[in-house]
Each structure stands twice: as structure tokens, then as C-alpha cells.
Design a protein around this ligand. Structure first.
Ligand SMILES: [Zn+2]
Length: 330
């Protein structure tokens, strides 16, 4: 196998791994390995074009190089003979009848000693046409590159919220609005996926904005995209990203409900996030683990933004426990 082919197989394996190992997608944008591969392929192509071209002039009589390539003069006239009931090719070129008979006798002895017929006079390697093979190798690289580009940039164009078509965006916003209204206890809520709300009396965070006690909430496109993938594509995505997206939606919904205190809003949001996660397609266990992780992370994030730290009463059986009868929290 050539180095170029090994590289191609490795590149395809890496890009397939990118799709199936959740961690890779989060850390490496797909165009980076693609560009590296394209650059290497270009390098092979240019290297191939620069190789000195050997003129392929051929006379009628086989050249010495041809004969060597063929495995010796004998194979210029291979002869199929039957020895001890087996078909055997012998290199009969340039040999007299007596010499051929001698070869047959040798073959018979070696066959009787148990040697397999094909190893008596190993066939010469298949002739190769270097120029054509180089061209095929180059075309193979171009074909692999083209197939990867097609898959990455045509068949999988939906890599962020902007890549989701309008109808699906509208359906997602309607679905998120329904879920937010449910948590807020409102008849109607409007969740917008552009995070550009400039209404008065709203609270703002990195990933979402909501009118306290109002109707409008705004989420960043990344949060919407993650929830869209989960709900409509069954894609659970990276654990902490999906957990974060669910917690943000539930958090903003609690602001719509009328909660102003960020710590309390977080506490309620983590609890509502379990049922919300289930409705979006997660298993009960996964949804609960995600919200427990969000609660655990809260202690860390809370250090830099103390107002977001959940209060002491945010615990099983505490005054902020929305389901005091249950022993699970959140
Ligand atoms: Zn908030």
C-alpha cells in the first residue's frame, strides 16, 4: 500500500470518527481536518506532476527491462502442461524440447514430494504500467476529496441554526414557545431564537433573555439549534451542551413566570429541566443526570457570579423543592 493510500484511509477514518465520537465535534470544526487533508492531497498531486517523465519508446523486440519485469526469458513463452493430473505453467521460452522435458520431470518430482503446483515456478508478477497507475492514484485522491466535500458541505449543510431551513426554524420556535408557556404557567409565550430582544424590564444572560412575568424570551441561536437537534433529530449531542441548553430554556421560562431572583430562577429551572428534557426526547435518567450536573456546576459558576448561585434551600425537601414528596432532586 502506498503512503498516499494509507493517508486517504486515515483521513476518511478520522472524518467518520468526527461524526460518531461526540467529543470531537465540540472541539474541532470539521473544516480543519478537511483542509489538512486537502492540502496533503494537493501536495501529492503537485509532487506527481513534477516527477520526471520517462519516455515510453518501445521497439518490436522485447527490451531487457521488459524481460526482467516478466520474470526472466523463460516466461516469454509460458507453456501449460499437465503433470500428475495438475495444470502447471512452465517457463518454456528459449528452451529446447529436451530442456522442457527436463523441467517437466523436475516438476513431477517436486509435485510428488508434496510441493503445490503454483509454487514450482512462481508466476511472474502482473505487469504494471507505472504511468497509468500514478494517474489512477491521483484520480483516487481527487475522488476521495470530492466525495468528502460532497458529504461535508452538501449532504450535511445543517451545522448551525442558520443552516436550518425556515420552516424548521419556525416549528422549533413554536415548540420552544409551547414548552416555555407550560413552565411559566402562561397561555402563550413567544420564544425567539435571535437573542436580540430590547424590550424594557428584561433580564439578560449570556445565552438568553426574558421579560420577567412577560411573554417574550430570546435564546441564542446555539441554544435553539441544540434543542432543535434533540427534539427533531433525536441527537442528544454533547452531554453538557444539551444540559446547558435545556437549563437555559427552563430558566428563561421561570423568568416569564415572574421570578426575578437569578439563584431561585436557576433552582426552579434545573428542576423543571428534568421533565422538559424528557419531553424533548431524553430518557428520564439522562434528563435527571443532566440537571444534576447543571446543579453541581452551579457552585463553580456561582463563584464568579454570586447572584446566580442557588440558595441554600435549593435541595431535596428544602423550601425551593418543587416536588417535596419526591426523594429525587432535581
Ligand atoms: Zn436569569
Amino acid at each position: 500500500m502506498t503512503g498516499a493510500r494509507r493517508l486517504r484511509i486515515a483521513a476518511v477514518a478520522l472524518i467518520v470518527a468526527w461524526f460518531f465520537l461526540p467529543g470531537l465535534k465540540d472541539w474541532i470544526p470539521i473544516w480543519i481536518p478537511f483542509l489538512v487533508y486537502a492540502a496533503l492531497e494537493l501536495n501529492f498531486l503537485i509532487g506527481g506532476l513534477r516527477e520526471p517523465h520517462v519516455p515510453a519508446t518501445r521497439g518490436r523486440i522485447p527490451q531487457t527491462a521488459d524481460i526482467d519485469e516478466l520474470g526472466g526469458e523463460g516466461w516469454l513463452e509460458p507453456m501449460l502442461v499437465r503433470i500428475e493430473g495438475q495444470d502447471v505453467w512452465i517457463p518454456a521460452g528459449g528452451k529446447s524440447d529436451e530442456e522442457v522435458q527436463e523441467l517437466i520431470e523436475q516438476g513431477r518430482e517436486r509435485l510428488l514430494q508434496g510441493e503445490p503446483a503454483h509454487s514450482l515456478w512462481p508466476q511472474p508478477p502482473a505487469r504494471v504500467v507505472p504511468g497509468r497507475q500514478r494517474l489512477l492514484a491521483r484520480l483516487e485522491g481527487v475522488a476521495v476529496l470530492g466525495a468528502l466535500a460532497l458529504v461535508l458541505f452538501v449532504l450535511v449543510p445543517e451545522r448551525d441554526w442558520d443552516g436550518v431551513d425556515d420552516a424548521d426554524q419556525a416549528a422549533t420556535e413554536a415548540m420552544l414557545s409551547f414548552e416555555a408557556a407550560r413552565i411559566a404557567g402562561h397561555a402563550v409565550a413567544d420564544v425567539h431564537c435571535d437573542a436580540r430582544g430590547e424590550a424594557v424590564g428584561i433580564v439578560q444572560h449570556a445565552d438568553g433573555i426574558a421579560e420577567v412575568g412577560g411573554r417574550n424570551a430570546y435564546l441564542t441561536p446555539d441554544i435553539c439549534y441544540r434543542l432543535y437537534r434533540l427534539r427533531y433529530k433525536g441527537d442528544e449531542g454533547a452531554f453538557s451542551q444539551t444540559a446547558r441548553a435545556i437549563a437555559v430554556l427552563a430558566h428563561e421560562a421561570w423568568h416569564l413566570h415572574g421570578e426575578t431572583d437569578e439563584g431561585v430562577t436557576n433552582c426552579y429551572g434545573f428542576q423543571s429541566g428534568v421533565a422538559l428534557g424528557r419531553r424533548l426526547g431524553l430518557s428520564e435518567g439522562t434528563a435527571a443526570r443532566m440537571m444534576r450536573q447543571q446543579l453541581a456546576d452551579n457552585a463553580t459558576y456561582g463563584r464568579s457570579a454570586p447572584e446566580y448561585l442557588v440558595p441554600r434551600e435549593c435541595r431535596d425537601g428544602g423550601s425551593l423543592d418543587l416536588a417535596p414528596g419526591s426523594s429525587r432532586f432535581p
